[in-house]
Ligand binder design. Sequence first.
Ligand code: NI
Length: 129
Amino acid sequence: MISTPISRGQRIAIDPLDKARKIEGHWQQRVIAEMNDYQFKVARLEGDFIWHRHADTDETFIVLEGELRIDFRDGAMHLRAGEIGIVPKGVEHKPYAAREVKIMLIEPRGVVNTGEEHNERTAPNDLWI
Ligand code: NI
């Protein structure tokens, strides 16, 4: 289900977990809200992503349900539901979830999920749910 953007000033409560549950399939990202030039996006992840980096921006992960591991070349960060992790710009990382995890991402509009890499995991941007 794809919905239209929520315009500024609409007094609508947004439930990120409920939105994430409506996404069909894994590794898709859907926008649920915008603030200035930033987007709040949700996704369902399972399995391994690819190594990538974002040259121009940090990336914020908030786990809504489940557990997420973010691998770095020199270690890993483990996030549980309710926890926030920030990947600094330019740092290589690879999300991994042994079982399905539902997450919210906060990043500037236009960030490509696979960074400078483009492959079958590259998801379209600006799709709202
Ligand atoms: Ni990333």
